[in-house]
Design a protein around this ligand. Structure first.
Ligand code: ADP
Ligand code: MG
Length: 250
């Protein structure tokens, strides 16, 4: 489903991704761990072409993201084609990024109308279903500021699901939440994983990683230092840097 090959990315002189390769099968959950500044967000953003990589390729479901291949050469896609690809990849941000002037229901319905050309009644029916799925059927008319952080994040997840993405990327989805609200969001992620959604999740929630991940990846300084099953990476890390990181977050 996802095939990332030798991706490099620099911002000015900062070489932030230094040859990252990663694959994930459909229906699996990949958890990415690593210290702040190690390139986790940049890697996620590269997967839906929010960042343009300097070298290497990203494929989702066989499709080259951001580029078209002609022989050995890569040509960048048009902005419209990139937007079309991006609509097939859900992205859930640390700070929810809901539209403040739209209700929960409108937030979930709106993108379906603009990106998928669903009719308003189809979009709103789907939006009601998805708010029920994240246990917010009774808050459909609330504006983001009237919702807790955990509720806002669940609306953001419903919004991502509304586009029926091939894959959903989560960038520290619980880091901005008060501790007592983390559980309700992780519960939704657990349900999604159990229903076979392909997910890549950047998180420091080690318990979640242990329970839900098929693959755990540890990144440091723009590289994947190690990857494997939760038992391998979390319980028997082979690298000193992984051990040092885990001893801090556990
Ligand atoms: P992480 O998500 O692991 O904390 P990031 O991918 O956000 O790491 O950032 C990796 C490095 O790249 C950091 O040093 C950060 O300051 C830098 N960086 C990220 N985005 C930009 C940008 N748009 N411009 C310049 N530097 C950036
Ligand atoms: Mg980050």
């Amino acid at each position: 489903m996802i095939e990332i090959t030798d991706v490099h990315k620099s911002f000015g002189r900062a070489h932030v991704l230094r040859g990252v390769s990663l694959t994930a099968e459909a229906g699996t959950v990949t958890v990415i761990l690593g210290p702040s500044g190690s390139g986790k967000s940049t890697l996620l953003r590269s997967i839906n072409h929010l960042e343009k990589v300097d070298r290497g390729t990203v494929r989702v479901d066989g499709e080259l993201i951001g580029y078209r291949q002609n022989g050995n050469r890569l040509y960048e896609l048009s902005e419209r084609q990139i937007l079309r690809q991006r609509a097939t990849i859900g992205f859930v941000f640390q700070n929810f990024n809901l539209f403040p002037h739209l209700t929960a229901l409108q937030n979930v319905a709106e993108a379906q109308i603009s990106a998928l050309r669903r009719t308003s009644s189809q979009a709103y029916e789907k939006a009601h279903e998805l708010l029920a799925l994240v246990d917010l059927w009774d808050r459909a008319g609330a504006y983001p500021r009237q919702l807790s952080g955990g509720q806002q994040q669940r609306v953001a997840i419903a919004r991502a699901l509304a586009l029926e993405p091939k894959l959903i990327l989560f960038d520290e989805p619980t880091s901005a939440l008060d501790p007592e609200l983390v559980g309700e969001v992780l519960d939704v992620l657990r349900d999604l994983a159990a229903s076979g959604t392909t997910m890549i999740v950047v998180t420091h929630e080690i318990g979640f990683a242990r329970e839900v991940a098929d693959t755990v990846v540890f990144m440091d300084e723009g590289r994947i230092v190690e990857q494997g099953t939760p038992a391998e990476v979390l319980d028997n890390p082979r690298h000193e840097r992984t051990r040092a990181f885990l001893s801090k977050v556990l």
